[in-house]
Every structure is written in structure tokens, then in C-alpha cells.
Design a protein. Structure first.
Length: 261
């Protein structure tokens, strides 16, 4: 942080403000993360399961839905945290002028941005818990290790929340968010071992997939839901921590340039 930067536990006041707004429209906030993944499971899971018998994940055969269901938890984590710190944060910053009002209080910029990223992770944990409940009720997350999906969602939420906030700091208008979604989020959604194992991709494409943070989040979620987490999972954890460590200072520096005149 800069020498004049300041950070205290006041950031929880911003987090609480977002929570209060969330609770006012809780039904609207609960339905999309609950129903959208369910539609994915019904459409892709049961639809493809009739065409694809078994898939191989690290040499272990399993049914397609068993492979796909945990990835839905990972995808939900990514979308919830990224959208909260991109579109939603931009609306609060540019249209509602919420950040300007907060900066007129004893809150520092660092406290506001940290609270926004932590809130994005909170949204991700709430949504992931809802989806995990659905997946478990369908019999695809029966291992006790499935409970580890919740802290994994928190870590993934922090990583993608930091990415979203860094992008918000350099995005000139809300329409321009289509570019990072189209060029970054959508390719990860499709090619990170969510719909099919990356082993089925060409060699170069499989290597690229290993650099995508959603791949590592999906690996952790799948390992947790299937009860197959091993020591190799720490490598996936390290990548997500690295993504957060890279984009968090970029978010702070970018938002300081944008908001502090």
C-alpha cells in the first residue's frame, strides 16, 4: 500500500451496508444462484448424460453428471464474485455515487475496496452453499469433504472479486464490461474443465487451461464434492492465492487513480 494509505476494521461498516441492501431484496438475490445452476444441471447434465456414458477425471471413470455437478458450484462462485465487483461495484461507484459518499466519511479508499472484495466473496459463499445443497440433495456431493467447498468458495470469491475490482478500476463505461466477460470470463466458463475434462483438449489448449483460475477452482470443488482431495490440491489453492495477490494491489492502485483527484 502507499505510504498515505490507511486500513482499519471500519471496512466492516461497508460490508454491513452491502449486507443490509442484500437482505432487503433477499428473495431476488436467492433465486438466480439457486435456479440457474439447477437449469444447467437439468439441461446439460441430464441431456448430455444420455449421450456421454462415462468421463475420465485424473484416470478415474465417473458419470457425466457426477463430473459436471461440482463444476456448477465453481462456476457459480466465479460469476457471483466477479459480477458483484464489476457491474454492481461500477453502479455503486458511477451511478449511485456511493463511493463518493463513503469517502466523505472517516472511511479510507482501501477500506472501501477491501469491503467490496470481501462482500463479493460473501456473495460467492452464499450462492455456492445454495448450489452445493442442491448438488448434495441430488447425491453428487455426499462426502464429508464436500463441506470444504465452502472455504474453497471463499478463496475463489476473493480471487475473482479482486479480478472484478481491478477491471472496474480501468473500465470507462458499463457497456465496456462486455469485453472482459467475452474475452476472459466466457472462455474460462467453457474451457476450464467444467463441461469436459481438459485432457480431451489439444495439448496446447490443455496447457493454457491450467493457467485459468477457474480450472483450479473447479478442480478443488470436484475433489471436495467427490471426496478425492489430495495433497495436489494445495497447488490449486496456491494458484488462487496467487491470482488474489496479483489483482488485489492492482485493484487498489487502479481505484485510487480513478477516485482520488
Amino acid at each position: 500500500m502507499r505510504a498515505d494509505a490507511r486500513f482499519t476494521w471500519l471496512f466492516w461498516a461497508v460490508w454491513r451496508r452491502n449486507l443490509l441492501v442484500y437482505r432487503r431484496i433477499w428473495a431476488v438475490n436467492f433465486l438466480p444462484p439457486l435456479l440457474e445452476p439447477l437449469f444447467y444441471l437439468l439441461a446439460f447434465g441430464f441431456g448430455f448424460s444420455g449421450l456421454v456414458t462415462d468421463v475420465q477425471w485424473h484416470g478415474q471413470p465417473m458419470g457425466f453428471i457426477q463430473f459436471f455437478a461440482p463444476a456448477v458450484v465453481a462456476v457459480t462462485t466465479m460469476w457471483q464474485s466477479f459480477m458483484e465487483t464489476s457491474y454492481s461495484s461500477f453502479v455503486r461507484m458511477f451511478y449511485q455515487k456511493t463511493y463518493d459518499a463513503m469517502l466523505a466519511t472517516p472511511l479510507s479508499l482501501e477500506e472501501i475496496i477491501v469491503a467490496e472484495i470481501v462482500w463479493g466473496a460473501t456473495r460467492a459463499v452464499i450462492a455456492a452453499t445454495l448450489v452445493l445443497t442442491v448438488v448434495a440433495s441430488m447425491g453428487y456431493a455426499t462426502s464429508p469433504q464436500a463441506l470444504l467447498a465452502i472455504p474453497v468458495a471463499c478463496l475463489g470469491g476473493l480471487a475473482f472479486g479482486a479480478v472484478g475490482m481491478a477491471i472496474t478500476s480501468i473500465t470507462p463505461s458499463i457497456d465496456m464490461f462486455n469485453l472482459p466477460v467475452f474475452l476472459f470470463i466466457t472462455p474460462m466458463f467453457l474451457f476450464s474443465g467444467t463441461f469436459f475434462p481438459v485432457d480431451g483438449l489439444p495439448g496446447w489448449a490443455g496447457s493454457v487451461a491450467h493457467f485459468l483460475p477457474l480450472y483450479h477452482l473447479a478442480e478443488l470443488m470436484r475433489g471436495a464434492c467427490l471426496g478425492r482431495l489430495t495433497a495436489a490440491a494445495w497447488g490449486n489453492v496456491a494458484v488462487l492465492i496467487g491470482v488474489f495477490a496479483l489483482f488485489f494491489p492492482l485493484a487498489l492502485a487502479g481505484m485510487r487513480r480513478r477516485l482520488i483527484k
